[in-house]
Design a binder for this molecule. Structure first.
Ligand code: CA
Length: 238
């Protein structure tokens, strides 16, 4: 039992706590529950969890304050749980250092995929590309060494910038990256036109990938927040 990933859930709604405990324990995670911010803070400091799932709307402390506190101490992955569909809260949480968010109500598969991606991204040192590797997603293959992308074995001709965007998203597959984060990593700077520039590039990428609006297979839109490379939800966890 001791080598199970330890997940600290900070959430005041009993129903959601029960749901999370059941789902996570069924999938071999060890679950610790805290029903307030101050309780969560204490448990975080004493249990050194592998992942924190954090509700933004806590009775005593705003969840975003807790993200700041945790980030002063550690790089543990944090998934924010939010009932709010407010994009500002999501972007703020990500900017403060949360790895991802899940909007309530959420399903089991979605939650587990986020949990796996968050724990995996931490294991790879926050998304460093493994040397000499390929990324495979359905019929798409990215050859990192050759900087070539193929779909159904046909090469997709991308510009340098377009390739860099796709590569960055693939390294963080399963995780949302904010517009600002992508712009900063791809262009190295950002100005008022940067997000527009990113969106134009993304439109071209989608065209070359043959993706139609509403049926994106590879790169998902997170409206008002950023983009997420799809990650297969089925994964060998052995
Ligand atoms: Ca709450």
């Amino acid at each position: 039992m001791s080598n199970l990933h330890k997940v600290l859930v900070i959430e005041d709604e009993q129903n959601i706590c029960n749901f999370l405990r059941t789902v996570l324990e069924t999938h071999d995670y060890q679950v610790l529950l805290a029903n307030s911010g101050s309780n969560g803070k204490t448990m975080f400091l004493s249990h050194n969890p592998d992942l924190v799932i954090l509700d933004l709307g806590l009775p005593d402390i705003d969840g975003t304050e807790l993200i700041k506190m945790i980030r002063q101490e550690s790089e543990v992955p944090i998934i924010v749980l939010s009932a709010r569909s407010n994009e500002k809260d999501k972007v703020l949480s990500l900017d403060l250092g949360a790895n991802d968010y899940v909007t309530k109500p959420f399903g089991t598969e979605e939650l587990l995929a986020r949990v796996r991606a968050a724990i995996r991204s931490n294991r790879f040192g926050g998304g460093v590309r493994p040397a000499s590797q390929k990324f495979v997603l359905q019929d798409m293959v990215i050859n990192y060494d050759a900087r070539i992308i193929t779909i159904e074995k046909k090469e997709i001709k991308l510009t340098q910038t377009e390739y860099n965007i796709v590569e960055l998203l693939s390294i963080h597959a399963g995780r949302v990256l904010t517009y600002a984060e992508i712009v900063k990593k791809v262009w190295g700077y950002s100005d008022s036109g940067s997000i527009k520039k990113l969106q134009v590039n993304m439109a071209n990428i989608r065209k070359k990938f043959g993706e139609k609006p509403g049926e994106y297979k590879y790169i998902l839109n997170e409206l008002g927040v950023g983009y997420r490379m799809n990650a297969d939800t089925e994964e060998n966890t052995e």
